[in-house]
Structure formats: structure tokens, C-alpha cells
Design a protein around this ligand. Structure first.
Ligand SMILES: [Fe+2]
Length: 156
């Protein structure tokens, strides 16, 4: 099932990103936010792989990988001006927010695809994971303003 492959690829990218961003975190609570979502992302990936095996699927080329690479490249190009830790913090928040938002959208696609194939279990899993992605996106969003103000202050 292609949408499960997409979600697994996305979770793999998310695991790497959360690990990197936890290292860059400028405060303990921010580090715990990234680490907490790292644990969630590992669980998401495992549960999706379980569904894939149950459904007898095999890993196929993922379209989401291309989207992720584009977002990653664009975000890096636009935001790579971040030279100090505060600017890097803002850049990570923006990048993480973009990733979580993409995950929310991908799980919407997985939910719809699973429902239309009468795969209620995958649909339920998609909704459960989507809720955690959405919560993470909100946590990140509310940090963006403060982080950017601090970064501007540090640069002037
Ligand atoms: Fe996520």
C-alpha cells in the first residue's frame, strides 16, 4: 500500500530530524519536546511497519521521499543564513513545523485510502498518529514567535 510506504519514509526522516534538533535545542524543555516526539515517531514507524507486514506489502519507492527532499532543500537554502544558535533554533522550529504539517497531510491521505479499501485498522492507526503529529505541530508553532524575537535580538 503506497500510502503506508510514504508514511514509513516520512517517519524515518522525522526520526533523524528529531534526533538532530534535540542536539541543537536551546533549552531543556525544547530538548524534551524533540526527544518526546522522537519516541513517538519511532513507535509510529514500528506500528506502520507492522501494518505493512500484516497486509503482505513490501516497501516500494516512496513519493513522499521526493517531497521531503524538496522541503528539506528549500528550507536549508532559505534558512541557512542561521549563523548563531538562536537563528539555528528558529530554523529548526520552522523546518520541524513544516515536517509535522506534511505528516498531518500524509496521514489524512492514508486515512482516506485505507477507508476506501475497507482497511479500518490502518485508518484508525492513521487517525491516532495524525493526532500526535498535529499536537507536535502546535507545540512547535507556539515557539516560533519567541524564538525569532530572540534570534533578532542576538543578531543586532
Ligand atoms: Fe511527527
Amino acid at each position: 500500500m503506497r500510502y503506508i510506504d510514504d508514511a514509513i519514509a516520512l517517519e524515518a526522516a522525522s526520526i533523524t530530524a528529531m534526533r538532530d534538533m534535540a542536539k541543537d535545542a536551546v533549552s531543556t524543555d525544547e530538548r524534551l519536546l524533540y526527544e518526546g516526539h522522537l519516541t513517538e515517531s519511532e513507535s509510529h514507524k514500528q506500528r506502520l511497519e507492522g501494518r505493512l507486514i500484516t497486509l503482505g506489502g513490501e516497501a516500494k519507492r516512496s513519493l513522499v521521499k521526493d517531497v521531503m527532499n524538496s522541503i528539506g532543500a528549500a528550507a536549508t537554502n532559505i534558512l541557512h543564513a542561521g549563523k548563531n544558535d538562536d537563528e539555528k533554533d528558529t530554523r529548526n522550529l520552522l523546518q520541524a513545523y513544516a515536517m509535522e504539517s506534511l505528516e498531518v497531510a500524509v496521514y489524512e491521505a492514508l486515512y482516506a485510502a485505507a477507508n476506501s479499501s475497507d482497511d479500518g485498522e490502518t485508518a484508525l492507526l492513521a487517525r491516532q498518529i495524525q493526532g500526535e503529529e498535529s499536537a507536535m505541530a502546535k507545540h512547535l508553532f507556539f515557539r516560533i514567535a519567541d524564538s525569532s524575537i530572540i534570534a533578532v535580538g542576538a543578531a543586532t
